[in-house]
Design a protein around this ligand. Structure first.
Ligand SMILES: [Zn+2]
Length: 273
């Protein structure tokens, strides 16, 4: 995982260095402390945020050019890969530099309550739990929305309007949007709209978990139950991270179990008749 993150940070550095206006900001949370002057001159901020912080005469021209230039960073991976932990670390790093942040999660996931984002190891941060992202600006109010520099979105696979929201927030409103979510469902098909924002993203980080069966790197989420609906909210009771081999083995076991259960069911039915 560390090497993946390092690779991501390195590629972000290369991309950012192509523009004289962009120091390696994308490498969060690994970037060094920025001085306030450099921060002011280089970072893209929302118009209101720039205004409210008195951008400074020396950097106003550059800010004007950068003011609508937001960023989108995407963190994907299977369940238990530390996506929420990475998200919280990144938004906290942004907050530490003085940026104003807002955190959003889907109201479909109420495993840990609706007022905070919570990692599997118990770290938590206050959030907005919403049915769709388009309601965020109304909930927050226009004035408060304008002051937000950074928007973190957890469990992004549950938001159907993810692409539209990210476009608007980053392209039009100059926000830094950091998105964490499942890239694939338990069938390894794309989940929600997370993959649709990859073409919009400044950086993409794919995290891995540990296979619950062999300890190797896990890329996939195996559903342990026979439930077949795509959105089944659950934790370790329902899902486990697995490597490729154990994902395939798991599918065979699940399919064999289904056949046995179907056979038993049909036997019971014919006995009753
Ligand atoms: Zn394995």
């Amino acid at each position: 995982m560390r090497s993946l993150l390092a690779a991501s940070a390195a590629s972000a550095f290369v991309r950012s260095s192509a523009s004289p206006l962009r120091p390696p900001l994308f490498a969060l949370p690994f970037r060094p402390q920025l001085s306030s002057t450099r921060f002011c001159a280089a970072r893209p901020v929302s118009a209101a945020a720039a205004k409210s912080r008195g951008g400074g005469a020396g950097c106003s021209e550059m800010e004007d050019r950068a003011v609508h230039s937001g960023e989108i960073h995407v963190i994907v991976g299977p369940m238990f890969a530390g996506k929420t932990t990475a998200l919280l670390r990144r938004v906290q790093a942004e907050a530490d530099t003085g940026r104003t942040l807002a955190l959003i999660k889907s109201d479909k996931d109420n495993r840990y309550g609706l007022d905070s984002v919570v990692t599997h190891d118990g770290t938590k941060m206050a959030c907005w739990a919403l049915p769709e992202l388009s309601s965020f600006q109304d909930k927050l109010g226009a004035e408060a929305y304008n002051k937000v520099d950074v928007i973190g979105i957890d469990e992004a696979q549950f938001f159907d309007d993810l692409r539209d929201f990210c476009c608007k927030a980053a392209d039009r409103d100059g926000k830094i949007v950091i998105v964490a979510g499942l890239d694939g469902d338990y069938k390894r098909n794309k989940f929600g709209s997370v993959l649709d924002i990859i073409p919009l993203a400044d950086s993409v980080t794919k995290l891995t978990a540990r296979c619950e069966l062999c300890g190797r790197r896990a890329f996939f989420t195996l559903r342990k139950t026979g439930d077949t609906k795509t959105e089944l909210i659950g934790g370790a009771d329902v899902y486990m991270p697995v490597c490729r081999q154990h994902y395939l083995d798991g599918q065979i076991v699940i399919e064999a179990t289904r056949i046995v259960l179907d056979l038993e069911r049909s036997t019971v039915t014919s006995d009753v008749k």
